[in-house]
Design a protein around this ligand. Structure first.
Ligand code: HEC
Ligand code: HEC
Ligand code: HEC
Length: 449
């Protein structure tokens, strides 16, 4: 049985830190994942000097990219964008022509600097250059497409330095090539025709907000931007624009894209920040479902409200269908609720207010009260009415999954006080862990125990 102290120490173990910081992975999934690591807590990054690519991969990459490289590590279900599936050989960040694999240097750059705006960490400083090269060589073995001859590198022509004239010419190219369809006339996606985009694996993927170049995954120099639209971002809706314009026009376009850049929040004055938040609020009001999805992702609702297997993978077809059983020290077991729109076993027949009352006050529809843990509803009490509406709006869009959740094992006053006594007076560490398997009625749960 894991004690609270062990849980905390493990939670801070690498790569848990990355997962938590970057993907907001819940304790449950990290816990289940670490529990499956036969080698115990992975060594702190950089402390092992192995240059065996395979070992480095399994220690540092597999939690997201999966042991076989299919992009299906335990953390994957919770990450948006989704970790790359290395077996396809499809890569977004390339200096090579559309449809080809990246060069070794492209991969080294991605691993070294990470993909900003996604949960793919920068490994510089955590792994040595030799380790990064070794792990990249290992990643290449996961797709047979790298066995071919050298991929064709794009001839980037002669760079056009930025100037007001170049930017003005670039604006015309932006319109001509209809970048507006996805990125909008303002680069933020306002007025864009194509919303609800998906990547090749069917996961939702928004068009990048071009006013925030620090989120560009492949970097934000004019060369980086040029390469992204010239070669396309394979596996995403971002197309390749090879042969659609002259080289000079493409450089002008890159200069124009970079002219969208706004000041980052960390450089803004209080007034500027105020205006930024007001604008973001207005956007959220216009697109409540998107805002709700973002909140549900960042508040980690799905991590707790989906049943998992021993490795922490969400059981197939049961994302958000509840049924994850939690054990919390002397207070006993808790099973998470089905959040899908199923009328009988999910939130389908709950009113908006009933959902909001659980979230902000821990009060169930029958009037009973939840403890403020394991679900930290006191932390949700400050959500603005608008954000609460957005969460409800998004929850309504989750397709129904029938998964009846067993009745609560409610702690009575004696167990409740006894538990507090043991923790506060006897200074015991309460155990907290998530069980694998589905505690609900849906099939597929029973065989995983
Ligand atoms: C916390 C999760 C996480 C970990 C750990 C992680 N990655 Fe990633 N990685 C991602 C995600 C997510 C993406 C896809 C981002 C996107 O599509 O925007 C990605 C993408 C990549 C890409 C693709 C770049 C491209 O051009 O498409 C490479 C290469 C890569 N990772 C290598 C690694 C290596 C090597 C390691 C270990 C040293 C590693 N990753 C560890 C989450 C992770
Ligand atoms: C069909 C929709 C679509 C069109 C048309 C489109 N984009 Fe994109 N663009 C996307 C999506 C989706 C992404 C996000 C890809 C990701 O995050 O993996 C993106 C990402 C980008 C990025 C960020 C690159 C990075 O490193 O993260 C830039 C820059 C960009 N697009 C510029 C353009 C330009 C310039 C045009 C017109 C020549 C264009 N896009 C046309 C959908 C589109
Ligand atoms: C740390 C894990 C965790 C997170 C994160 C979490 N929940 Fe929960 N949730 C639980 C548990 C455990 C219960 C059952 C609690 C109980 O029975 O006292 C629960 C109960 C609920 C209930 C139903 C109450 C009932 O039993 O009738 C709803 C609705 C709910 N959660 C929605 C959400 C939403 C929406 C989010 C994200 C904003 C969220 N939860 C985040 C663990 C979590």
């Amino acid at each position: 049985m894991q004690s609270w102290r062990v849980w905390k120490r493990r939670r801070l173990a690498w790569p848990g830190v990355v997962l938590l910081a970057a993907g907001g992975l819940s304790a449950g999934a990290v816990q289940a994942w670490h529990a499956t690591q036969t080698s115990g807590t992975p060594a702190a990054a950089g402390s092992t000097m192995t240059t065996d690519g395979r070992t480095i991969y399994h220690d540092h990459c597999a939690s997201c990219h999966g042991t076989s490289g299919r992009g299906d590590g335990p953390a994957a279900a919770f990450l948006n964008p989704h970790p790359r599936d290395f077996t396809t050989g499809n890569y977004e960040i390339r200096s090579t022509e559309s449809g080809s694999v990246p060069t070794e240097d492209d991969l080294i750059t991605s691993v070294t600097h990470g993909l900003p705006g996604s949960s793919m960490p920068a490994w510089k400083g955590l792994l040595t250059d030799a380790q990064i090269r070794a792990v990249v060589d290992y990643v290449k073995t996961l797709s047979s497409r790298f066995a071919d001859t050298q991929p064709p590198v794009v001839n980037i022509g002669k760079a056009v330095p930025t100037s007001p004239e170049s930017v003005a010419r670039g604006a015309a190219v932006y319109k001509k090539l209809q970048c507006t369809a996805c990125h909008g006339t303002d680069g933020r996606g306002t007025g864009a025709i194509a919303r609800d985009l998906k990547d090749d694996t069917g996961h939702p993927l928004n068009s990048t907000d071009l006013t925030e170049p620090w989120t560009f995954e492949g970097g934000a120099t004019a060369r980086d931007v040029y390469l992204r639209f010239r070669t396309g971002m394979t596996g995403t809706p971002m197309p390749s624009y090879v042969n659609t314009a002259t080289d000079a026009e493409m450089w002008d376009l890159a200069n124009y894209v970079l002219s969208f850049a706004r000041k980052p929040a960390w450089q803004m004055s209080a007034d500027e920040l105020h205006a930024l938040y007001a604008r973001e609020d207005a956007d959220a009001k216009k697109h409540p479902v998107e805002r709700g999805r973002y909140l549900v992702d960042t508040l980690a609702c799905s991590q707790c409200h989906s049943p998992i297997d021993r490795e922490g993978h969400v059981l197939r077809g049961l994302q958000n269908a509840g049924g994850q059983r939690w054990h919390l020290g002397p207070w006993g077991d808790f099973v998470t609720m089905n959040l899908t729109s199923d009328r009988e076993t999910g939130l389908g027949s709950w009113t908006d207010d009933q959902i909001k009352n659980v979230l902000t006050r821990g009060t169930r529809p029958d009037g009973s009260r939840m403890l403020p843990f394991p679900m930290g509803w006191t932390g949700y009490a400050d959500l603005t009415p608008q954000d609460l509406n957005a969460i409800v709006a998004y929850l309504r869009t989750i397709p129904p999954v029938h998964n009846a959740i067993p009745a609560h094992d409610r702690p009575n006053i004696v167990t409740y006080l006894w538990g507090k006594f043991r923790v506060l007076i006897m200074k015991e560490d309460p155990a907290l862990y998530a069980y694998p398997g589905n505690a609900g009625s849906a099939r597929g749960g029973a065989e995983v125990q």
